[in-house]
Design a binder for this molecule. Sequence first.
Ligand code: FES
Ligand SMILES: [Fe+2]
Length: 447
Amino acid sequence: MKPYRLVDLVDDRPAEGVFRVNRALFSDPELFDLEMKHVFESGWVFLGMASQAADLHDYFTTRIGRIPVIVARGKDGVLRCFVNSCPHKGARIATQPSGNARLFACPYHSWTFDSSGACKNVKWHNAGAYGQGFTEEDHDLAPIARFGEYRGFLFGSLSADVPSLDDHLGEARHMLDLVADQSDEGLELVPGRVRFTFAANWKMQLENCSDQYHFTSTHPSLIKVLERRAAGENGAAVKSSLAGADFWKGGDEGIVGGSYIFEHGHVVTWGRMEPNPSQALYSSHTALLEKFGADRTAWMFNMRNLSLFPNAQVAVNASTQLRVIRPIAHNLTEMETWCLVPKGESAEARRLRIRQYEDFFNPTGMAIADDNAVYEECQTGMTGQDGPWLQGHARGLAATRKGGNDLSDRLGMEPVSSVAGPSQLADETLFQGYYHAWLDRMSEVLA
Ligand code: FES
Ligand SMILES: [Fe+2]
């Protein structure tokens, strides 16, 4: 690896109106290794939803960076997270994505562990002629350093040297509240899961979730279908909630969308959507108005794509999607995605939400395949390069305001900065939030 300095990687000169990113952040495998260690394995990352392990002894498996972990609910009802690696010789104890297990038996030599990670048996222990040192050693699965929940969203850190989870999420919690408040019973994932890979760097996905600029360019076939349905063709087709929205259509000079940057790299991009019957949430509109008032309810119906740095996204647009980003290599990323739903919504609302989900999301939907294809084009276009600078992080700079605006005030939310404007403004400065967090974490290793 070249002896990179941070200033070689991100060119951030706000006074001069410059913010540029080096292509090496996407194309250098050694920088990728540093990211795994210092971004993913040294700070808070998203793990999953508490509802994925709702009952005693339920568990699911995931990773923190490269490290496999198990999230399990013990017989005491407490959720814990431990490293999915046997103390004996390192094998993964749980090999399935999820399940229910009072005991995990290691597939190699059958050491067993209970659902709180405690070692319950070392096979043939008594005949093993172990020395005193072994007997005194801890044989339990190693708990991760920090583990926490915010309104059903679970996070973990391999390092204890991190802020509290509430501090880490900061003002972005308001955006999670808008989702969690939709049901008194909380949130759940529609059963079934989708896992797919794309041959590009993980930051392509991080950026694209907040990229309003690409929508009309990358998704022309989706837009054609929406237009044909709006014109009455194929009346039986699912009604897209995006068809009635104006934030992507252009021409409107009023405020139809914008973005917020929060501390620690979290960002949201939003677009105005008037509550309408094509939205699954619409059947709760009256109840939500009564409970939360006009301002909060209006926000619940807006399109909002939230990214929680570095690896979680909640996309509220055509339906509601939870995404977990798992980087595998500098040019390979695995995604796990689910339809995220308020518990207890009506069968009709749930049906609409799932149909809209299939229509837009999944590698088989009309949007996601387009996105994956352009990520791979970018990766191919950038292979092996550490220059010239990318110019994709500057749009909107002159419209950026410090702090929030009238719309964030309505939620009592205080972002670091905000942009609001007509659809064709299509802010790209919110990506800078990611790179400021990236610089913070990478400054541990690069001068
Ligand atoms: S590696 Fe787990 S029991 Fe041997
Ligand atoms: Fe897209």
